[in-house]
Design a binder for this molecule. Sequence first.
Ligand SMILES: [Zn+2]
Length: 333
Amino acid sequence: MKNVSGVRTLVLLLALSVAASSAKTLDIYFVDVEGGQATLIVAPSGQSLLVDTGYAGNSGRDANRIAAAAKAAGVKKIDYLLITHFHADHVGGVANLLDRLPVTTFLDHGPSMELDGKYPEPYEMAFAKGQHKVIAPGEKIALKGLDVTVVAAAGKAIEAKGEPNSYCAGLKPHAEGGDREGGENTQSAAIVVQYGKFRFFDPGDLTYNKQYGLLCPDNRVGKVDLYLTAHHGQETLNAIWALAPRVAIETNGARKGGFPEDWKIVRGSPGLEDIWQLHFALAGGKDANAPDALIANLDSESDGNYLKVSAAEDGSFTVFNQRNKYARQYGAR
Ligand SMILES: [Zn+2]
């Protein structure tokens, strides 16, 4: 070996790359279920929380995509399945999922308010095989190494004390019955996942009024790094600006959610660095969509790609696009 310092550098680089790959991260997979939700959260301990299951049908398409993300994450069972609410784009895929992955504990807000206080039958059959628990605001979901707090469920918001939210000025709740697609959406469970300094807010499909109740006049969610746009990018209100997210992710479909007026509110959030999307939203055109590199599925040729966020305890994180393998880093602040 004629270049000893070169060898030393190589050894050091190898050691650094081993350290980097074994560094514990919180990994979040935003699985493409064509405008529904299926978010796989994998704690540094390896424990898993799946938020929703996408749609039924299509030969188990959505469950196949969840199973593929789980395989990529090295997850062999779902420790907790949280069903935010009982609409088909969230609970539909549950039976297909159980054909592919075992679930230990099923969590939800309680029976559906759209089914005379009953659970959808396929879901009731599913949780009969495992443990089942109704969650309430303020409760924790016990994932080892993470702090997961339920901030809304069954129409109620967490009773935490928050900072006054100046972005509520001029906003008021919609009149009775004015909440777009009310019903089960008003009951949606919402969670905050915290790993060290990193915070992620998943509001499910909370309606305008329910988001208003959670964020106004005080922001009871606090500041977050990563924000999943509520209801696939519909019913967005300026009050979310108090969350001060660095990155927003939209679980929209090509023709579902991703409304241009909502996208522009999110884009205007002070300090927001990027919006990443599961699909190019056809309604938005180039003016109300992220740059192509940050979109997981551009057209019908590129369906089923996920976005993956890997977060470290210091608050730094990376977003990765499965379609083009593009990744962007957000340093600790
Ligand atoms: Zn939905």
